[in-house]
Design a protein around this ligand. Structure first.
Ligand code: SAM
Length: 193
């Protein structure tokens, strides 16, 4: 009945992103999330996918090519620079963004997402969200440095103004070995006066 964490992250993205809209994968890794965003946005939509590792960019390109997805800009840069790549007129229109925190499975475990870059990227992306658009962070924190990032993120997001954003935490509290959980930031529809 209850959806597993990654499954629920995908449901949230698929619900938020309609055909023709734009989405961001901030940590493309092996491209699993990028593929879902690309398929949700469809031929008339667009996806920007970031990663700092060449291996991740190449894996994601392969995955997209195998599925004949042609609507993705692959960006070999840190997500903290997201605003260097998104068009100014996307502000207020971005349907969704996803982060999978931690390290790329099967690669160098020293290359991890970091609190300062993750928070900078989230703050920047929040300015681009459409009303009811969503940023989903899948927080893995079992690795060295992971708890630090988790705590920094929870502290930072707790200060987001509830008038403009609602933030969900979704995870299982009786699983062993620091299971991942979701932090989902939804921009609220603020009524015009
Ligand atoms: C948990 S993996 C992502 C898994 C991916 N979503 C998938 O479906 O396979 C985290 C990724 O974040 C990347 N990363 C770490 N710091 C980054 C940064 N500052 N900007 C962009 N990507 C970053 C890593 O290289 C790694 O590929």
């Amino acid at each position: 009945m209850l959806k597993r964490v990654l499954e629920y992250a995908h449901v949230l993205m698929q619900t938020a992103i309609q055909p023709g809209e734009t989405a961001v994968d901030a940590t493309c890794g092996n491209g699993n999330d990028t593929l879902i965003l690309s398929q949700s946005a469809g031929n008339k939509g667009h996806v920007y996918a970031f990663d700092i590792q060449t291996q991740a960019i190449e894996k994601t390109k392969e995955k997209l090519a195998a599925a004949s997805c042609t609507n993705v800009n692959m960006i070999h840069d840190s997500h903290e620079n997201v605003d260097h790549y998104l068009p100014e007129d996307l502000k207020g229109k971005l349907a969704g963004a996803i982060f999978n925190l931690g390290y790329l499975p099967g690669s160098d475990k020293q290359v991890i997402t970091t609190p300062d870059h993750t928070i900078t990227a989230i703050d920047k992306l929040a300015q681009y969200l459409k009303p009811e658009g969503i940023i989903v962070c899948v927080v893995y924190y079992g690795h060295e440095g992971g708890s630090n990032e988790k705590n920094a993120l929870l502290n930072h997001l707790a200060d987001y103004d509830q008038k403009y954003y609602q933030i969900l935490q979704y995870g299982f509290i009786n699983q062993k070995n620091n299971p991942p959980f979701i932090l989902a930031i939804e921009k609220k529809q603020v009524p015009q006066k």
